[in-house]
Design a protein around this ligand. Structure first.
Ligand code: HEC
Length: 91
């Protein structure tokens, strides 16, 4: 019984965390990656590897994009795999 409750709590936590990071992905992109060039520049690279995206965001930081280390990872994760989220951002 206790185990079942525990399991549900874990499930909820995972679902919430996933939800938060997809929202973050959009928020970060729109607020921090949309000033020098449009989102289409980022959208053109959706599906590049996670490592490649870390490098791209790193390069953008050098160009003065204001992205934290955590945001860099959120973006790399979200943009390295086409998903309903990237479809929505890039439609
Ligand atoms: C300070 C201005 C600036 C900001 C902010 C910025 N970029 Fe860029 N970005 C550029 C410039 C300039 C280029 C083209 C030069 C280049 O390719 O290095 C570029 C190119 C790109 C490219 C194409 C790179 C390639 O290899 O073809 C991608 C993808 C990209 N940006 C994504 C992003 C993302 C994601 C963010 C948010 C973290 C971001 N950019 C924020 C200036 C910016």
């Amino acid at each position: 019984m206790l185990f079942k409750k525990f399991f549900i709590v874990i499930l909820l936590a995972v679902a919430l965390a996933g939800c938060r990071s997809t929202k973050d992905c959009r928020k970060i992109l729109v607020s921090k990656c949309n000033s020098c060039h449009g989102l289409s520049t980022s959208c053109a690279k959706v599906g590049e590897s996670y490592g490649r995206w870390l490098d791209i965001v790193d390069a953008m930081t050098t160009l003065h994009a204001d992205v934290s280390e955590k945001e860099r990872k959120v973006l790399a994760k979200c943009l390295s795999e086409p998903s309903p989220v990237t479809d929505d951002i890039c439609k």
